[in-house]
Ligand binder design. Sequence first.
Ligand SMILES: Cc1ncc(COP(=O)(O)O)c(C=O)c1O
Length: 375
Amino acid sequence: MKLFDVYPLFPVNIVKGQGCNVWDENGQEYLDLYGGHAVISVGHAHPHYVEAVSRQVATLGFYSNSVINKLQQQVAERLGAFSGYEDYQFFMINSGAEANENALKLASFHTGKTRVLSFSHSFHGRTSLAVEVTNNPKIIAPINANGHVTYIPWGDANAADAELKKGDVCAVIVEGIQGVGGIQVPTDEFFRSLRKSCTENGAVLILDEIQSGYGRSGKFFAHQYTGIKPDMITVAKGIANGLPCAGLLISPEFEPVYGQLGTTFGGNHLACAAALAVLDIIEGEGLVENAAKVGQYLIDEISKIKGPKEVRGRGLMIGMEFEEPIKDLRRSLLFDEHVFTGVSGTNVIRLLPPLCLSQAQADQFLECYSKVLAK
Ligand SMILES: Cc1ncc(COP(=O)(O)O)c(C=O)c1O
């Protein structure tokens, strides 16, 4: 059987990782400024993570959600305390799309309504509701186009308010910083206005922090720059450093109802052990502060180099937008300089490295990047 060919692949077979580096099957080392798409938060093969996951899989990898799972309770307590959402409730699933799917379902159960507001260039995943709120017609199958969603121009709080005033909106879903949409940072006013309009009109505000959360922006959640508190927050990607794991933080206003939400694999023992190890490392090694410091250094230094027309982002979530397509630049970074980077659309390079990136590694990237630009 062949693989279903949905990914345009680079001809590189990565077989090993350590910290912010990965190696291919020929022993070639690469600097990882991509983190496997913002997933590697605490670095590849961190010894504490390896030990915790190995110990757990040798003890109990999985048991069902029909019995007490103290590891899930520990993840909820630790995450609540560390993120400033101690009074919220936590529901665990396996992927970002599933987190958004459940958030939207819960918002609809809660309000009894069906319309959702989402924003231009948003990305929220590929399952039915998650893809419907994603503003990319190319990936919305006819079966997913169910007319639940009104797309608002990114940043247009007045347009969102006008829709919310109609009274039939169950939820507004918005990314903390738009990732796939090209690293678009919201203004404080935009998020504050959304918060106010949702409260006034009985709609649920869902913050998708799947890419921008877990310390990547230099605060635990990117929306914490704006001082608002959403009704729900979705997390995935970096939460377990590569093991499938995701979560939904739910405000105390939501009453849980038996049977409304559920999952076989979500919050399993192995995923929880990984999530706890990630929190140990992020807290113990000050990785949120590191993301803020090294991220700002990178943004400042990249801005000094002539090349992109705009450099945007917060912490270690950085976008470099060029006038022209960056395909060749990115290929040259990978094949000539052995640096992995991400992309958004045709003209934006995205940097999403592990949060432990050091200043020396940032300098190494800057040197490679300057060399490639000079070609
Ligand atoms: C902001 C955002 N939301 C949701 C998702 C979907 O997550 P997953 O691929 O784990 O379903 C992604 C993935 O890139 C994302 O960036």
